[in-house]
Design a protein around this ligand. Structure first.
Ligand code: 5AD
Ligand code: SF4
Length: 470
């Protein structure tokens, strides 16, 4: 199906209610994105879907006719933060109404999915609530809201929302820059006991190859040089190749690497259980596939890994890392960690520190365990006191930061390829990206944005590198 055609499930004529397809009425949408990269991608696609109804994006909430909060539910207090933002938006809506201007408010994303009707009860100014799997119906929901209804649309069958979303035109893609996200997989069937994702994003679904290739090609036609494939469990992606054969993420990467002018590929986030040999060989064979892998382990203690339902041991994770490093020796590793999972003892935590020492991460994210109602972890005995979590997190982060700095320091003096992404803070400065996902500052001409150039790394700062042209 041509995704540039009209939204198929939307009755078309009454779109005039909220904007004209010929662009003669332009409305402004402000989208606030919380949380992960998938939400960043979803916000862009919502913006694309709304563009067909005459909405233009704005960075200024004051001039917005529609404000969307694209929310995240991964850790505690997320819902409360959304409710307090909605309280402020209610005041803004009242103020605008007093000036004779309408402002609609929508809540999307994982809090919308989890809270549903409750949002309408607690936040009277909200017009629409729409989940991460139903946002292709946003234009329809807004039309109903315009007629005075308050709409909650979070029920979905796993019909494919992507079939119903337009892909932005080249000009819009170009305006967004030379790197882009592309969601290939959604949801998760792993049910780690701390995690809400299987409940908010639902069970695992993979997008078909043809749809992904079409979107990747359009991104490249719009000037994109680097694509990051996204999925909550991206390496669980599976599909069917041209001869009807089963494909895993590795096969998809080999296929995407054939797209001319697509210079770089990345993917995130992976689960250790789904790192199959084909994916590892893609790291060995494909120069397009960047030597960077985000492979969360969460804990280094087998007891805790079991309680987390991670379905692998620390030794299995380490063996996997060894195999990946054998295939691609310069690969930079990144991970996620949770400290203070229920029952975690000082010994368990020491096992995590030991695993970190063994792996030697280039980068990592670490969090205090946060109880998520409805997940099995919330029911477990032995919840760890807040101050112990805080103290463990501090120790873990000190170690991870030391490794991150050591990795950056080891880059100094090396000649590397960087993709020039955007202007820097100083005039004449550009910001590029190293193969290992580091930000690199250098003096270069703005005309080079989108180019991949060879530079020498000459220094480091807290979160970035400095380079000079050769
Ligand atoms: N508490 C703390 N961290 C969590 N994460 C997911 N759920 C929780 C939770 N309940 C972290 C995991 C995951 C990352 C995206 O967020 O480390 O990999
Ligand atoms: Fe959550 Fe585990 Fe699924 Fe990742 S693999 S999304 S942590 S349940």
């Amino acid at each position: 199906m041509n995704k540039d055609s009209a939204l198929p499930d939307a009755p078309q004529p009454d779109t005039l209610e909220i904007g004209l397809r010929d662009g003669s009425i332009s409305r402004k949408v402000f989208i606030k994105t919380y949380g992960c990269q998938m939400n960043v991608y979803d916000s862009a696609r919502m913006s694309d879907a709304l563009a067909r109804d005459g909405y233009e994006p704005t960075e200024d909430m004051e001039e917005a006719d529609l404000v969307l909060l694209n929310t995240c539910h991964i850790r505690e207090k997320a819902a409360e933060k959304v409710y307090s933002a909605l309280g402020r938006l209610r005041e803004m809506k009242k103020r605008k109404a007093a000036d004779g201007r309408d402002m609609m408010i929508g809540v999307t994303g994982c809090v919308a999915q989890a809270e549903g009707e409750e949002i309408l009860r607690r936040a009277p100014a909200v017009d629409v609530v729409i989940g991460p799997q139903t946002y292709h119906r946003l234009p329809v929901a807004l039309r109903r809201a315009k007629e005075g209804q308050r709409v909650v649309d979070t029920e979905y069958a796993i019909e494919d929302k992507f079939e119903h979303l337009p892909i932005a035109e080249a000009t819009k893609i170009r305006a967004r820059g030379v790197t882009a996200f592309l969601t290939v997989q959604e949801g998760c069937d792993k049910f780690c006991t701390f995690c809400v994702v299987p409940y908010t994003r639902g069970s695992e679904v993979s997008r078909p190859v043809a749809q992904i290739v079409e979107e990747a090609q359009k991104l490249v036609d719009g000037g994109v040089r680097e694509i990051t494939l996204l999925g909550q469990n991206v390496n669980a992606w599976h599909g069917t190749g041209p001869a009807g054969e089963a494909w895993s993420l590795g096969d998809l990467l080999y296929r995407l690497a054939e797209i001319p002018n697509l210079a770089r590929l990345r993917y995130t986030t992976s689960h250790p259980r789904d790192m199959d040999d084909r994916l590892i060989s893609a790291h060995r064979d494909l120069r397009t596939l960047m030597p960077y892998l985000h492979l969360p382990v969460q804990s280094g203690s087998d007891r805790i890994l079991k309680a987390m339902n991670r379905r692998h041991t620390a030794a299995e994770y380490l063996a996997l890392i060894e195999k990946i490093r054998a295939a691609r020796p310069d690969i930079a590793l990144s991970g996620d960690f949770i400290v203070g999972f229920p029952g975690e003892t000082e010994q368990d935590f020491a096992d995590t520190l030991r695993l970190v020492e063994e792996v030697n991460y280039a980068q990592a994210f670490s969090f205090k365990y946060s109880t998520r109602p409805g997940t099995p972890g919330a029911e477990l005995k032995g919840q760890v006191p807040e101050e112990i979590k805080a103290e463990r997190l501090e120790r873990l982060q000190a170690l991870l930061l030391k490794q991150q700095h050591a990795f950056a320091d080891a880059c100094v003096g090396k000649v590397v390829d960087i993709l020039l992404e955007k202007p820097g803070r100083m005039p004449g400065q550009l910001i590029g990206r190293s193969p290992w996902l580091q930000s690199v500052n250098l003096d270069a001409k703005a005309s080079q944005i989108g180019d991949i150039i060879n530079v020498r790394i000459i220094g480091t700062s807290t979160n970035s590198l400095f380079a000079e042209l050769l």
